[in-house]
Design a protein around this ligand. Structure first.
Ligand SMILES: [Zn+2]
Ligand SMILES: [Zn+2]
Length: 237
């Protein structure tokens, strides 16, 4: 069966005779006879079956009640966020075979470009966009902040302060559920054990030097002096 989907661009013209060519077909998607106009969200719409009564009124010659498209999409994620979908058509005026691309930007159909007469079949092009990655991050941050606002922060744990947080040593109490930082304290207790986030890009474990047993003790003494120095610098809770 020759099923396809259609992109409609009223502004596209035939390069051969300059006639208007608005309907462009593609077989690269799911071929459900969907039609997208410029600016439309590129996703299929949910279908509904019309009632027998309505069928008799509007489609008296159809034996089966036709399906009707609703305004609801089957998903709020577009079929493609950024990319080019190969489309083709033939010009009604000069009968030239035309190949082109339907451009998708931000999940919406933005128009037909690169129209060739008797051009070669084109491949589907997916564009990995900086903008889409940025949009995803913004959406994640929005969701996280709404989670943090609705959370009662009932359970929390102490973690060592990520070095990315600032140029001081300390610890922070974070909510187990929403990961919001509830309090931070500069300086930390050597007797306590803290979780260190190994994914903290600013965290670099200091490589241990292989030393002789005698020198090892000396090294430790120096280390403890260093932490005294830190204590005077950053203070204690
Ligand atoms: Zn033409
Ligand atoms: Zn919380």
């Amino acid at each position: 069966m020759g099923l396809f989907d259609t992109f409609i661009d009223e502004d596209s013209t035939c390069p051969n005779c300059k006639a208007k060519v608005s309907d462009w077909q593609t077989k690269d998607l799911d071929n459900l006879m969907e039609r997208w106009k410029k600016g439309d969200f590129v996703q299929y719409r949910k279908l509904e079956i019309i009632t027998e009564e309505e069928r008799k009124q509007k489609y008296p010659d159809d034996k089966f009640a036709p399906l009707r498209r609703t305004k609801q999409f089957v998903s709020n994620i577009p079929l493609m966020s950024y990319g080019k979908i190969p489309v083709d058509t033939s010009c009604d005026d000069c009968e030239a075979w035309l190949e082109a691309y339907a451009i998708i930007q931000g999940g919406r159909f933005s128009g037909i470009v690169k129209i060739d007469v008797d051009g070669k079949d084109r491949d589907l092009v997916l564009i990995r966009s900086e903008k889409s990655a940025k949009e995803l991050r913004e959406e994640f941050e929005e969701r996280l902040s709404s989670l943090q606002m609705s959370c009662n922060h009932e359970e929390s744990k102490w973690q060592i302060l990520p070095l990315s947080e600032g140029p001081f040593i300390g610890k922070m109490r974070v909510c187990v559920r929403c990961e919001k930082t509830l309090e931070t304290i500069s300086g930390f207790d050597e007797h306590e054990k803290y979780e260190i986030d190994p994914n903290d890009p600013f965290f670099h474990p200091v490589p241990r030097r292989k030393t002789e047993t005698g020198k090892k003790r000396k090294g430790r003494a120096r280390q403890s002096r260093m932490s005294d120095h830190d204590k005077t610098l950053y203070g204690r809770p």
